[in-house]
Design a protein around this ligand. Structure first.
Ligand code: ZN
Length: 462
């Protein structure tokens, strides 16, 4: 999904998507609606939170409990760590004082550790909620307030969501706000940061609540076959969201403006020739309101398809470089990556929900639960979904990196400009503090984009 060239790449690389658990529904979801998650929204997802929200929320959709639960970081992924070297007071100075690559390594490492800690914490909290009886108490409380099982579900979700929010907030705030400021990557003050979160939350509720209710309806009515209608519903909703997100949801967070630079437009039009991409689908957006990082992405399907370029990119990159980025995004479109992702993601969802439903059923007794639609047992389902997500994530990263190379190749064929490609990559790495050459194992497990060094190497040796 989010494969935006270098762009996304840069950011995405380091953002390491470890915190699956927290994003478990999201992860599952994302596999279907990749379009959103990886190809489209992600770009921004990496760099900031706002964008990711629609995706996340969409995921939430089906598993409101899960989401509320693990709502934690939706935004900026990663989390905590040792701040050892970041204590200098003047961030700007800090930044220029040390070599960009070592800063990037440090930033990436911290983000990774936060992400890992966040994941472990998510599992731990879920387990604690189950074992300590909190889940059971929340169940009883919810049912004592209403006779409707559906309203009880919403109350239950809200209770655990608040609890989870309290536990995960410090991590989320540190990684998403404090760290970004320490490394001079943020353009937001505290209130802006808070407002973006609040907005995402407010936008998410009306989307997530009906979906959670639908999920619960299937669980109650179909019992052990619940996974079948739920997976089907996720597929349908992911297509719908892919269609509406670029037009209705993303504009709630950023302002999109049709591309104005005439010279650039001309070149982009040339690239679009013989593809079904139209220049009316090319937008710039005010990414700088949240971050100094540069990013771009391809988003949407059908008539809502768009290539979006961050204003930070427009300001700091030459026309040759922007053209390269654009061609990469176009490559995702021409290769049909969003659709491939949706199809593969759908298979993965069916498989994942099927396996999860079995594990869930078998393990109910471990915690003293007797019915799969018992509210108190739902965190257990979330837990299994998290496990599935963690296990399959490296696989989806392998695929994602393959798509990135394909889009890179497409960009190079179209522009024939290897040096612009290489300078684009380097600039992105520098602006976004991406680790250009992570450890191969780290890259294999966590990177949705190939490392910048590998991408440059592939381009120069093509
Ligand atoms: Zn890409």
């Amino acid at each position: 999904m989010s494969r935006n060239l270098p762009i996304r790449q840069a950011r995405r690389n380091e953002w390491v998507r470890l915190d699956f658990v927290s994003r478990l529904p999201i992860e599952l979801w994302s596999q279907t609606s990749l379009s959103l998650h990886r190809l489209s929204l992600q770009p921004t997802l990496d760099s900031g939170l706002s964008y990711s929200y629609p995706v996340i929320l969409s995921s939430a959709v089906v598993f409101l409990p899960a989401i509320l639960y693990y709502r934690k970081t939706t935004e900026d992924q990663p989390h905590v760590v040792s701040l050892m070297k970041i204590f200098r007071t003047d961030p700007e100075e800090t930044r220029s004082a040390s070599a960009p690559s070592s800063q990037a390594k440090q930033y990436s490492r911290i983000k990774l550790i936060f992400s890992l800690v966040g994941t472990v914490l998510s599992f731990a909290v879920t387990l604690a909620i189950l074992v300590s009886g909190i889940s059971l108490r929340a169940d009883i409380l919810a049912h004592s307030s209403t006779d409707s099982p559906y309203i009880a579900l919403l109350l239950f979700s809200a209770l655990l969501g608040i609890l989870n929010g309290i536990v995960s907030l410090p991590l989320s705030f540190y990684s998403g706000y404090v760290l970004e400021h320490r490394f001079s990557l943020s353009n937001q003050n505290f209130f802006q940061w808070l407002w973006e979160h609040l907005k995402a939350f407010l936008v998410g509720i009306p989307i997530a609540a009906p979906l959670a209710l639908l999920f619960y309806f299937f669980l109650r009515e179909y019992q052990s076959f619940w996974w079948l209608p739920v997976a089907t519903a996720m597929f349908v909703v992911s297509i719908m969201l892919s269609k509406i997100a670029p037009v209705f949801i993303m504009p709630l967070f950023y302002k999109f403006t049709p591309l104005e630079n005439d010279l650039l437009k001309e070149r982009i039009l040339t690239l679009c020739k013989n593809t079904r991409m139209n220049v009316t689908g090319i937008f710039t957006f005010n990414l700088s309101k949240t971050t100094k990082k540069a990013n771009a992405g391809f988003t949407g399907i059908g008539k809502s398809k768009r290539i979006i370029l961050g204003d930070t990119l427009m300001q700091h990159f030459s026309n040759d470089e922007i053209e390269t980025v654009f061609a990469h995004e176009l490559g995702h479109y021409v290769h049909g990556h969003i659709w491939k992702n949706i199809l593969l993601g759908t298979l993965s969802i069916y498989l994942g929900l099927f396996i999860t439903s079995k594990l869930y059923f078998v393990s109910l007794g471990w915690f003293g639960f007797s019915a799969i639609d018992q509210l108190a047992a739902l965190p257990l389902l979330v837990l299994w979904l998290g496990v599935y997500s963690v296990v399959t994530s490296p696989l989806s990263n392998v695929l994602s990196r393959k798509y990135e190379f394909e889009a890179d190749r497409y960009a190079l064929e179209k522009t024939g400009n290897v040096s612009a490609f290489a300078s684009t990559m380097r600039k992105l790495a520098e602006m976004n503090l991406a680790d250009a050459a992570p450890h191969p194992i780290i890259e294999f497990l966590f990177y949705s984009h190939p490392s910048i060094e590998k991408r440059i190497h592939a381009a120069e040796n093509a």
